[in-house]
Design a binder for this molecule. Structure first.
Ligand code: PMP
Length: 367
């Protein structure tokens, strides 16, 4: 098969994160690195408190609010420490010491969230898909919700297992949702959530910066004793500049947000992401069992499509040969093996077509 190279020599990148960034964004950033806006220095070399950088921060927030239709009574924070730190901060900020907090476990990242919060709250499993190998979302009527929970934590999209919640949650308590691998992949109703967090490195931009969208009234909660650095209110009061922020990452994130708006926003991406994921699942299901994805249809992720070949040896050959054809980042997570194709917003449609062509050819050669 031909190498799937773009004019700039870039391959098709299916990495789960850090992941592919839009080419126009990279070109803009490349240019900004030497001499940004004629100031004679790059965006990475100036003070975060300079007027030029403050404008970047203001625009990024405005674009995020516009893109996701974030209501005014929700605050937006840009933080460091990844999604993993948020899994600690939600417990510290939204619950009192030892208070009950409910966790729905639909994959690896839900388990991680519970583990990170467990030292601070009485973290309870509402329901878990683990016994079935994380291939479904436990039916809503089986969830054992606590009457006294501070919040319910869910993972909107399980990046490793390819399980998407894809259902109304219908709970009384605030929902804390890890949207790391699905933010901006489709329209959502922010009001359905108390707090949304997402590491940027999948669908929003580079690693090193994390977006938090939180209902302002939740920030009035006492939470647990904590240092300002661990306190959402302190970050909000200082416009997410309590200490030196990752300025270049913030800038790149801003470029990605503006690019997504130009491309038609989350409605356009939602339709496109659904169509191409369906196409790939259809190819997997139509392969006569050569390629397998075990997630029940209603909860199949549109962002991360894991699949398996008949043997681990074939999985390895598939990854190596795909790589040689310019289809990179397809190796499944070490926990589950197999293949994983991540189809984030910045991945061009031609990449999915190239992957499907490669799958067909590989099957013909090895079935
Ligand atoms: N949650 C989800 C859904 C993820 O996919 C990841 C990273 N792959 C994390 C949390 C952890 O993110 P980070 O490495 O930014 O802490």
């Amino acid at each position: 098969m031909q190498l799937a190279l773009s004019a700039a020599g870039r391959v098709f990148n299916f990495s789960a994160g850090p992941a592919v960034l839009p080419e126009p964004v990279l070109r803009q950033a490349q240019q900004a690195l030497l001499n940004w806006q004629g100031i004679g220095a790059s965006v990475a070399e100036i003070s975060h408190r300079s007027a030029a950088f403050m404008a970047v921060a203001v625009h990024a927030e405005a674009d995020l609010r516009a893109l996701l239709e974030v209501p005014d009574d929700y605050a937006v924070l840009f933080m460091q420490g990844g999604a993993t730190l948020q899994q600690v901060l939600v417990a510290l900020n939204l619950a009192t010491p030892g208070q009950a907090a409910d966790y729905l476990i639909t994959g690896h990242w839900g388990k991680t969230a519970l583990k990170q919060a467990a030292p601070y709250v009485d973290a309870r499993i509402v329901a878990s898909g683990e016994a079935q190998g994380f291939c479904h979302v436990p039916a809503r009527e089986t969830w054992q919700l606590s009457a006294d929970a501070a919040y319910l934590h869910v993972t909107d999209n399980e990046t490793i297992h390819g399980v998407a919640l894809n259902m109304p949650l219908l709970v009384e308590v605030p929902v804390v949702a890890d949207f790391s691998s699905s933010i901006a992949s489709r329209p959502i109703r922010v009001r359905d959530y108390g707090l949304i967090y997402a590491g940027a490195q999948k669908n929003l931009g580079p690693s090193g910066i994390t977006v938090v969208i939180v209902a302002r009234d939740l920030l009035e909660r006492a939470g647990q004793p904590r240092a300002p650095m661990l306190d959402y209110r302190a970050h909000l009061e200082r416009d997410s500049m309590l200490n030196t922020p990752p300025t270049f990452n913030w800038y790149l994130l801003g470029l990605c947000l503006a690019w997504m708006r130009e491309q038609g926003g989350v409605a356009a991406f939602g339709a496109r992401n659904a169509a191409r994921a369906q196409k790939l699942y259809a190819a997997i299901d139509g392969s006569g069992g050569f390629y397998r994805n075990q997630v029940v249809a209603a909860h199949r992720s549109h962002m991360n499509v894991p699949f398996f070949l008949p043997t681990a040896d074939l999985d390895a050959q598939f990854v190596a040969q795909a790589n040689a054809c310019g289809l990179i980042g397809l190796k499944g997570h070490a926990r589950v093996g197999g293949i994983r194709a991540s189809l984030y917003n910045a991945l061009p449609d031609t990449a999915v077509d190239a992957l499907m062509d490669f799958m067909r050819e590989f099957q013909q050669r090895h079935a």
